[in-house]
Structures are given as structure tokens and as C-alpha cells.
Design a protein around this ligand. Structure first.
Ligand code: 0X9
Ligand code: ZN
Length: 337
């Protein structure tokens, strides 16, 4: 059993990484600690690899990343909990990971995280020194393709919290996660953030449906139900109607290269619950339910045939007065259904 007392308080970056290392050490080889890259300030960016017996590239693979955004402390705590839970389970039940691979990045943005811990609680970005500006930092969730520097929720101003950076993939932290995603075909990519209590489907940069939309919704709802079942939280599942669209985000990259890339936004549900700084009593339940949601996603990735076949969407005939809808009125004109 994961020692829950760790999750009663905020723990700083060093304490959390010590915990990650300890979990790997006691996993009897089920987990491996690797360095996926180096941050702007030269810190290692850790990734925990769980390769089940019989896995080879092309078989089921899941990547889960945490804390691209520095101030989302509860996400960093949930990341350690995911590592501890996964390493413990893999060590005790070799069947769990059989034939698949799981990669967990407990903190993608160590520099920003430490800066948030000691200097500026609400810091979001990495610690890039931007050419021609006294403002530091690139938003690691705006530094990706597709749609880098696109129109939704981005800024070309180095002083902005959503600064896109000098180019797509310009940041070493972005590249470290990209390398993990690119290494082998990845079926499921979960990018964990806070707050709002939602699970968001791809795409983030457009409202156009992904061709695998119905499968995406099935998997999304599977993760949602598992998450909400643990403590009765009221997370919602959906698209950009739940949170404004954003261009150049990392789960859209995971989706672009062929996986299903979701955004988790953890507790609280609103600013009233503390926003990025919720009470410490929220840490443990949040970490537990997030892991349940992730586990459900892993279970699907391991055996996608465990899902019932996706229902075929109903055919909708446009009313004759709805001249603008033509054949795809179901998507385009909800008002004329
Ligand atoms: O803006 C972001 O990067 C994410 N929200 S956060 O508050 N953690 O910064 C959301 C990105 C994904 N957005 C959508 N899928 N709409
Ligand atoms: Zn975030």
C-alpha cells in the first residue's frame, strides 16, 4: 500500500523526486528511472518506465505527464502517487503490464516548479531567458505543433503566461516529453493539469471532430466514471465547451501522431475551492481518484476490444428550412436539429 501520510501536506520538488526514486528502487525491477532530457537550468527531467513482459514497439503504450505548469502543485503530488501506485502494482502483479508499456513523467517542468515553490507561487511557465525581453518563461503547453502560435489562448509576448516561445518545440522540457511520445507508437496520452475537474477530449485547437470521436468519447467516459467513483467527485467529460480552446498544446501533439490525447484538469472545480492552491486536505483524494482514471485508460489501451463497439451516430435529416446545413447539419447547426 502506498503510504498515504505523504499526501497530507504539500511536498517540495526534492522530496517528491526522492519519493519517486524510492518507489522505483523498491519495485524489484518493474520500474526504471530514466532521464528524458535536461531543463533550461540543467535539471534532469525524469521519466519512469514500466515495460511489461512481451512488450515490443507497436504494442499498447501509454504516456502520462504531469506538471507542465509549475503552479499546479496538486498535479505534481498526483504524479508521485501515480508512480508509487504503478510501481507497486507492477512489482506485485506482473500480469498488469504484460505486453504493454507505461511511461510516467511526474514533473515535466522542474525549474518552474521550484521557482513556484520558493519565489512566485503562481508561476506557470518554464524558466527560459527570452531574447530581447526581461520577462522569463515559455508556456510549455503552447510550445507544440499542431497549431503552434495559433489563434486560441496564445501570446507572442514574452511577458504573457501563454507565451508560445521562439518556435514550436523550442524548449528542452517540451523536447524531453516529445522524445518519450515519439519513441514508439503511443495509443493513449494523458496530460495532467489543474484545475476545473474535467477530462477534455482532443482536439483542443479546433472544434472539428476527430475521426475517432465516438471511440474517444467511450474511452473518455470510461476514465471519467472510474475517477468519479472513488470519492464521488463531479468531474465532467467533454470538449472545448468546458474550457476555452487552446492552440499548440501537448495532448494535441499526442493525438496528431496517432494516439488519443486527453487533458485532465484536477481539483478543485473552481476558484472558490482554492484554484491552483487548494487546501492540503484535497491532495490525497485528488491523487487517488486521478490514479483510478488513469488506470481505466491503461486498461483500455491494453485491450481495446474490451470496449463494446462504438454506437453509430444517428442520421439526422435537416429540416427543409435549414438551408445552411446541407449534409452535416448534425455538426454544424445544432439549432436546426
Ligand atoms: O490552458 C491550458 O494549457 C490548460 N489549462 S490550464 O488551466 N491547466 O492551464 C488547458 C489546455 C487544454 N484546453 C482544452 N482542451 N480546451
Ligand atoms: Zn495547466
Amino acid at each position: 500500500m502506498v503510504d498515504k501520510s505523504f499526501y497530507t501536506r504539500w511536498r517540495d520538488y526534492d522530496d517528491r523526486m526522492a519519493r519517486v526514486q524510492a518507489a522505483v528502487s523498491s519495485s524489484r525491477g518493474a520500474c526504471k528511472l530514466e532521464v528524458a532530457g535536461e531543463s533550461i537550468e540543467g535539471r534532469p527531467i525524469y521519466v519512469v518506465r514500466l515495460t511489461g513482459a512481451g512488450y515490443s514497439s507497436g504494442k499498447p503504450r501509454v504516456v502520462v505527464d504531469f506538471q507542465l505548469h509549475a503552479r499546479e502543485w496538486i498535479v505534481g503530488m498526483a504524479g508521485v502517487f501515480a508512480v508509487e501506485s504503478a510501481c507497486e502494482l507492477a512489482a506485485s502483479d506482473s500480469n498488469w503490464m504484460a505486453g504493454m508499456e507505461l511511461m510516467i513523467m511526474p514533473t515535466v517542468n522542474p525549474d518552474g516548479t521550484i521557482y513556484s515553490e520558493i519565489e512566485d507561487r503562481m508561476w506557470r511557465k518554464n524558466m527560459r531567458v527570452n531574447r530581447g525581453s526581461s520577462c522569463k518563461g515559455v508556456d510549455l503547453n503552447r510550445n507544440w505543433d499542431p497549431d503552434w502560435k495559433g489563434r486560441y489562448g496564445t501570446s507572442s509576448n514574452a511577458c504573457s503566461d501563454t507565451f508560445v516561445g521562439a518556435a514550436a518545440f523550442s524548449e528542452p522540457e517540451t523536447l524531453a516529453l516529445k522524445k518519450v511520445l515519439d519513441e514508439s507508437p503511443t495509443d493513449l496520452h494523458l496530460d495532467v493539469h489543474s484545475y476545473t475537474e474535467v477530462i477534455l477530449r482532443p482536439w483542443s485547437h479546433t472544434n472539428t471532430d476527430h475521426p475517432r470521436r465516438s471511440e474517444i468519447d467511450q474511452v473518455g467516459n470510461l476514465m471519467l466514471d472510474a475517477l468519479n467513483a472513488v470519492h464521488g467527485a463531479g468531474y465532467r467529460y467533454g470538449g472545448n465547451e468546458l474550457l476555452s480552446p487552446a492552440s499548440g498544446v501537448c495532448p494535441d501533439y499526442g493525438t496528431y501522431i496517432g494516439g488519443l490525447g486527453y487533458t485532465f484538469e484536477l481539483r478543485p472545480d473552481s476558484n472558490w475551492g482554492g484554484g491552483f492552491a487548494p487546501p492540503e486536505s484535497e491532495i490525497l483524494p485528488t491523487a487517488e481518484e486521478t490514479w483510478a482514471g488513469i488506470s481505466a485508460g491503461i486498461k483500455w489501451a491494453k485491450d481495446p476490444t474490451s470496449l463494446p463497439p462504438a454506437p453509430t451516430p444517428p442520421t439526422v435529416t435537416c429540416p427543409s428550412y435549414c438551408w445552411a446545413c446541407f449534409s452535416d447539419c448534425r455538426q454544424k447547426c445544432s439549432w436546426c436539429r
